[in-house]
Design a protein around this ligand. Structure first.
Ligand code: FAD
Length: 291
């Protein structure tokens, strides 16, 4: 299982307290020697400066590569070009390229309507400068008319020049492996790294899942609902379930783990400790704890 990647995603902090919190989080998670960190980008360019600033601060603080995201929806091509020029000038060499979701109040897609068009644009503008990550949806994107159409659209992104993919989060390992198999049948060989959302809070998770089309299996939802306000039980159960999912994914050959950290380190650390993973460079060799 060499070559597996461990990575951690942040969002740009907006208050001094949040900046301080993220500084602690990235220091704690850097100890696991991830392959890279990534920082989200507000659709419509709303976090444009903050995304780059947070990415550079993360790289300086940890010495580890940090990939800013970039999304095209509602953003003029001229502005995307400027963002890319800044990334190149700052020595950024990995980006996560997305369509994004239209912020409420905005209308009109912009010039680039889908992520495959953004990937093609990045390649046209910057050649092979960047390692380009794109999004993948094992349970399918909520706006896709069918599973087959979504797979074809995912392939368009790879054909346009994406190097690898990170999935939307999911709690059903079979959905992931079936998706990867379908991709292989379409000739896609790019690594598809599972995105992992630690379970720490039921109502927040339910809200996110509703928006992004990720399914919380009924048995997990019922257990979490049953814990009510008992945060310690939610946390213990969430860590156990998420760690078991990660162990299953790595054992069956997933090429890494990408954690949606929500700028918090505690749950991610607890999951990695449970998996016996202390060093991202050795990912996949330390999952005996749950085997
Ligand atoms: P696309 O790949 O363009 O797909 C969107 C929909 O359009 C799908 O239903 C697809 O089937 C369909 N489609 C795609 N191409 C075509 C085509 N050529 N013709 C017709 N239909 C097509 N959002 C942010 O705003 N900022 C972020 O930083 C961010 N980071 C993310 C990171 C990860 C790892 C993931 C999984 C998601 C992230 N998102 C982010 C959310 C993402 O922007 C949304 O899920 C969005 O709705 C879809 O983006 P996409 O890049 O997958 O879009």
């Amino acid at each position: 299982m060499t070559g597996s990647t461990l990575s951690f995603e942040f969002f740009p902090p907006r208050t001094p307290e949040a900046v301080g919190r993220l500084a602690i989080t990235r220091e704690r998670l850097a100890a696991f020697r991830p392959a890279f960190f990534s920082v989200t980008f507000g659709a419509g360019g709303s976090t444009r400066e903050l995304t780059l600033e947070t990415s550079l601060a993360t790289r300086v603080a940890t010495g580890i590569e940090c990939a800013p995201h970039i999304s095209c929806i509602g953003t003029p091509v001229a502005e995307l070009r400027e963002v890319l020029q800044h990334y190149v000038a700052e020595g950024i060499r990995r980006v996560v390229a997305l369509r994004g979701d239209m912020p409420s109040g905005l209308t009109g897609f912009g010039e680039l309507r889908y992520a495959n068009e953004l990937v093609a644009f990045i390649r046209r503008e910057t050649g092979s400068t960047f390692h380009i990550e794109v999004a993948a949806y094992p349970e399918f994107h909520p706006q896709a008319p069918s599973a087959a159409a979504d797979l074809a659209n995912f392939k368009r992104k790879i054909d346009a020049g994406a190097d690898s993919a990170i999935t939307q989060y999911f709690y059903n390992a079979d959905a992931y492996f079936r998706f990867v198999d379908s991709c292989a049948k379409l000739g896609i060989t790019a690594p598809i790294v599972p995105g992992i959302m630690p379970i720490t809070n039921y109502s927040q998770l339910a809200r996110f899942s509703e928006m992004c089309g990720a399914e919380i299996p009924r048995w997990i939802a019922r257990r979490l609902q049953g814990f009510g306000d008992d945060r310690a039980s939610i946390r213990a159960f969430g860590i156990e379930v998420t760690a078991e999912l990660c162990a299953r994914l790595l054992e069956r050959g997933a090429p890494g783990l990408h954690f949606y950290t929500m700028n918090q380190h505690e749950a991610v650390e607890a999951i990695l400790r449970r998996l016996d993973i202390t060093d991202g460079h050795g990912l996949g060799r330390g999952t005996q704890a749950l085997a």
